[in-house]
Design a protein around this ligand. Structure first.
Ligand SMILES: *Cc1c(COP(=O)(O)O)cnc(C)c1O
Length: 429
């Protein structure tokens, strides 16, 4: 296992410097491809979705990348996501906007793994990135590329964490940020937007309602880009580095199963894309890991579509869960999530809020890590899949914890005695 500790002692921690490579070798980005019909589109102008309204996927000259860099070469680079820069869209290293994101720990969880019958259980802990959620990865790459293409303001709806991350990176880039989030989104994420100077609006509705307001505002403003989930191509590229890191940290090997808490689905689509790219580069051989999309029972459109054998999802009537980051009733990329799950022999699982909160507490007591409710949903799902027999217990399983529990303080009620100054702590029981 390679954690942050080992890497930072081996290599100097260099923030905001990437390598001495010049602009023409920094990225091997070649074009954008429509995720529905495969049509090619120019990657060097600001793009939203394809003419079909589908997400655009960044494509690279992977032959050139394989000829330019090797896994051994990557191992000598700074421990942040820019170590994979040939496979990222930013062409000029001078345009990299970074707060030191990436290369999060891949932790062994022996005590919790033994408890739920999966001894080789690991957690990729994204609670340790700037802004406390993996959204920082998408924001770092998305904002860098937007700035490189001349965008001066980003605008987006969010369930909280993405807005906080994009606001932070926009500030770092000297760019404006316009954010709209549901009033029910975690309160800390409002403060994160305000402190970094974003223009913030709270919406009495869900993320889709916020999205409609943002779309209308962007149409009236110049210099702003709508950076809604999968409506610009590069957030996905930042998030795919989670997939590269898991494989690198396991010694250029894939685990058997990866579980991901799925909202808009960018993370699981991105990890799938990363794995396919690594295979094409020749850096990963054999079967891809089985990818498991985990949702909360209160909002599980992708799980329902998966089990109904459908290619697209339908929004639930009344979406509600404490795992706010995965409250996405209708994801633009649902068909890509379903493809990632089906083509790897994975599955889709829904867990109740009660189950995920119980898993959150059990994990914290077993391993000392307070994960976000979205990450906790995946631990509940591992236990469920072990009970059903889908997991035998012999697999190498990696759970994505997408953020820190600190963002959601209210998920843990505190009911402890208050002592008078003259009182006494009870004797040990
Ligand atoms: C946004 C978010 C998710 C869902 O991620 P997608 O890539 O949109 O599916 C999961 N967990 C947390 C903490 C989030 O903020």
């Amino acid at each position: 296992m390679i954690g942050r500790d080992r890497i930072t002692t081996e290599f100097p921690l260099v923030v905001n410097a990437t390598s001495s490579t010049g602009p023409d070798q920094f990225s091997t980005l070649s074009h954008l491809e429509c995720s529905r019909d495969g049509s090619r589109h120019d990657a060097d102008v600001v793009q939203g979705t394809s003419p079909l309204g589908a997400p655009l996927l960044a494509r690279y000259d992977l032959e050139r990348a394989a000829a330019t860099v090797t896994p051994a070469g990557i191992a000598t680079r700074a421990p942040d996501l820019w170590r994979y820069h040939e496979l990222l869209p930013v062409r000029d290293p001078a345009h990299v906007v970074t707060l030191g994101e990436g290369m999060t720990p891949l932790l062994d969880l022996p005590r919790h793994g033994a408890r739920i019958g999966v001894p080789t259980l690991r957690m990729k802990d994204e609670g340790l990135v700037p802004t406390g959620a993996f959204k920082a990865r998408g924001a770092a790459v998305g904002v860098s590329r937007a700035a490189e293409l001349g965008v001066t303001g980003i605008a987006m709806p969010t369930n909280g964490n993405a807005g906080a991350a994009w606001a932070a990176y926009a500030a770092r880039a000297g760019m404006r940020a316009l954010v709209a989030m549901p009033v029910d989104a975690p309160v800390i994420t409002r403060r994160e937007c305000v402190v970094t100077g974003a223009e913030l609006y709270l919406v009495d509705g869900l993320i889709g309602d916020a999205g409609a307001l943002i779309k209308a505002a962007v149409a009236e403003r110049s210099g702003y880009q709508d950076t809604s989930t999968l409506r610009e191509p590069y957030r996905l590229e930042g998030k795919k580095t989670m997939g590269y890191e898991i494989v690198e940290q396991l010694g250029w090997r894939a685990p058997d199963v990866i579980l991901y808490p799925t909202g808009g689905g960018v993370g699981i689509i991105a990890i799938h894309k990363a794995l396919l790219e690594l295979r094409e580069l020749g850096w990963l051989t054999g079967d891809l890991p089985r990818l498991v999309a985990v949702q909360a029972a209160g909002c599980a459109p992708i799980v329902e579509a998966f089990h109904a054998g459908l290619d697209e999802s339908s929004p639930p009537a009344d979406a509600h869960t404490v795992a706010f980051g995965i409250t996405v009733p209708k994801a633009l990329g649902d068909f890509l999530v379903l493809d990632a799950v089906r083509s790897t022999g994975g599955t889709a699982v829904a867990v109740t809020d009660e189950e995920l909160l119980a898993a959150q507490g059990a994990l914290a007591r077993d391993e000392g890590s307070w994960v976000c409710p979205e990450g906790a949903a995946c631990f509940a799902a591992v236990a469920q899949l072990r009970e059903s027999g889908w997991l035998t217990g012999a697999e190498d399983v990696v759970v994505l914890n997408t953020g820190t529990g600190l963002i959601y303080p209210d998920t843990v009620p505190v009911d402890v005695p208050v002592l008078a100054k003259t009182g006494a702590i009870p004797a040990m029981s």
